[in-house]
Design a protein around this ligand. Structure first.
Ligand code: G3P
Length: 214
């Protein structure tokens, strides 16, 4: 199971990459905007830190514009995949880009039917937003589980990225149901490594070590 970092903050990416657990990075226009830097500069720097799939999103609303943007973004680095929104124009763009060998990550997915269409259009990755589904009173993990089953039933090459992860339990649920990837915000990754009993246990070990004759 792969862990991606869901951020455009290069300090956080550098720190987490140093832990040896980051397989890729996902960004979106909101995450890029938070950094106050040029899109190309941020994406290029992320690619220099993590040697794995890096998602960068288009903002056009028509297929033609999406494809044009995607071709330019893809030139930044070979590891880049293009985030495309799951709308009809996005499906058209996904099909064209997959034929050209440009990988896509179909995003803003809230239902398994949307995921099915993304897979059929040739998406390399599909990203259900589980946290935002939960926010609306749904169960994002049920959608993720349906997509896992669909990928298995029909042997699609598409990889499932559980996105809009809000807490460590979402990550546990992701790997229990067999998702390929969970993309986690940095604060969630920090919570994943932490346990109060680890801190208590470590403190006691260090105290007891002081008692050992030197
Ligand atoms: O990268 C897309 C997704 O993970 C966004 O998450 O927390 O804004 O719903 P969130």
């Amino acid at each position: 199971m792969k862990i991606f970092l869901d951020t455009a903050n290069v300090e956080h990416i550098r720190e987490a990459a140093g832990w040896g657990v980051v397989d890729g990075v996902t960004t979106n226009p909101t995450l890029i905007a938070k950094e106050g830097r040029k899109f190309e500069d941020v994406v290029q720097e992320i690619c220099s830190i993590v040697d794995g799939p890096i998602s960068a999103e288009v903002v056009s609303m028509e297929a033609e514009g999406m494809v044009k943007e995607a071709r330019e973004i893809a030139k930044i680095h070979e590891n880049i995949n293009i985030k495309i929104p799951i709308i009809a124009e996005g499906l058209k763009a996904t099909k064209i880009l997959s034929k050209e060998g440009i990988k896509t990550n179909v995003t803003l997915v809230f239902s398994s039917n949307q995921a099915l269409l993304a897979c059929k259009a040739g998406a390399a990755f599909v990203s259900p937003f589980v946290g935002r589904i939960d926010d609306q009173g749904g169960d994002g993990m049920i959608v993720a589980a349906e997509i896992v089953q669909m990928l298995e039933n029909y042997d699609f090459d598409t990889e499932l990225i559980v996105a809009s992860v809000r807490h460590p339990v979402h990550v546990v649920e992701s790997f229990m149901l067999g998702a390929d990837i969970a993309t986690v915000p940095y604060p969630v990754l920090q919570k994943m490594v932490k346990h109060t009993l680890t801190d208590v246990g470590l403190k006691k070990f260090l105290e007891d070590w002081e008692k050992v004759p030197k």
